[in-house]
Design a protein around this ligand. Structure first.
Ligand SMILES: [Mn+2]
Length: 326
């Protein structure tokens, strides 16, 4: 695999939330954010949201602006959740006019993503789900979601569409809560360019094992994006990556090393009480540090994998601890 690390502008945002709606920081100018990103070694991409403001809406202008900061467009996320019109679901809703608006945004955004040479497009079904018993019709919702995403995927068979799972928030129950249901959705859609975004924070919150979920997507050639942040497995506070779940992250990178993944690993963090710039840099540094630790394990993969085959867990941990804890 080739590790490419990117981030989005909101990693340096105000971190406004419902308890502090005014944010923990003042808004930073876009150019200042890009300047900070350009100064962080190991960070080479910007995850762009579509529609684009505050970034240029002209593809060439966007590419050259980022180029001035030594950055590339990594992926494009279609922003189809922050407006109240999506509240019953962007893809599953019974409201045909709303689904049509979503499909229109995706088709335009996919064309834009192609122009800026983005690796893939992100599709997060944020409101596609429910909160109460007797609130929605599950069969209709899933079927409609499958059909809407299929229409989006058919627009350009060469553009990868990455579906992001999350178990809750904003809905109490999401139709795509975990990696398994992501695969079920991908299978039901039945197109070659529909895959998954493995959000490490969401996967932890869903009580998944990260490396196993990675293998599930990658064994089916459907690993399109990786999103990086952490939590205590009970919510999604988007904490700084590499600070909590050490061994599981190390195993994740060990298995990532075995893949041909050449897409982007995207930082998606909130650091309300930390210096924004330092928090972003720490996240990037920890990603590369974990990758390098995993490389040490990969050098011994003959032994580690033989131990796996023979279920010799303690032998493996004796070896791995000596490689990592020196
Ligand atoms: Mn998150």
């Amino acid at each position: 695999m080739k590790l490419n690390v990117d981030a989005h502008l909101w990693c340096l945002g105000t971190y406004a939330e419902r308890y502090v709606p005014g944010g923990y920081y003042d808004e930073m100018e876009v150019d200042q954010k890009l300047e900070i990103m350009s100064g962080i070694e190991g960070l080479t991409g910007l995850f762009v949201f579509y529609p684009l403001p505050p970034m240029p809406e002209d593809a060439d202008k966007l590419v050259s602006k980022l180029n001035n900061y030594g950055l590339k467009v990594s992926n494009v996320a279609m922003e189809v959740w922050s407006d109240r019109r999506w509240k019953h679901g962007t893809f599953c809703t019974n409201e045909e006019n709303i689904r049509k608006e979503a499909v229109k945004i995706f088709k335009e955004g996919i064309d834009f993503a192609r122009e800026v040479k983005a690796d893939s497009v992100l599709l997060w079904p944020a409101h596609d789900g429910f909160d109460y018993p007797f609130q929605v019709n599950y069969r209709d919702g899933w079927k409609t979601m499958v059909e809407t995403i299929r229409e989006i995927g058919e627009h350009d068979p060469n553009m990868k569409i990455a579906i992001e799972a999350k178990s809750k928030d904003p809905r109490q129950k999401m139709y795509v809560p975990n990696t398994g249901k992501t695969m079920a959705l991908i299978n039901d859609i039945g197109l070659d360019n529909i895959g998954g975004a493995l959000d490490v924070g969401h996967s932890l919150m869903a009580d998944e094992n990260l490396a196993e979920s990675l293998c599930m997507l990658d064994s089916h050639d459907r690993l399109y994006q990786i999103h990086l942040n952490e939590n205590y497995k009970d919510a999604d506070p988007d904490m700084i990556f590499g600070t909590l779940n050490f061994w599981e992250l190390l195993e994740f990178f060990y298995y990532l090393n075995k893949t041909d993944f050449k897409g982007w690993s995207s930082i998606d963090t909130i650091a309300a009480r930390e210096d924004r710039e330092q928090a972003l840099k720490l996240g990037v540094d920890l990603i590369w540090k974990l990758k390098h630790l995993a490389d040490k394990l990969t050098e011994k993969s003959d032994i580690i994998d033989a131990n796996l085959k023979q279920y010799k867990f303690t032998d493996n941990m004796q070896l791995i601890k000596d490689l990592v804890l020196q």
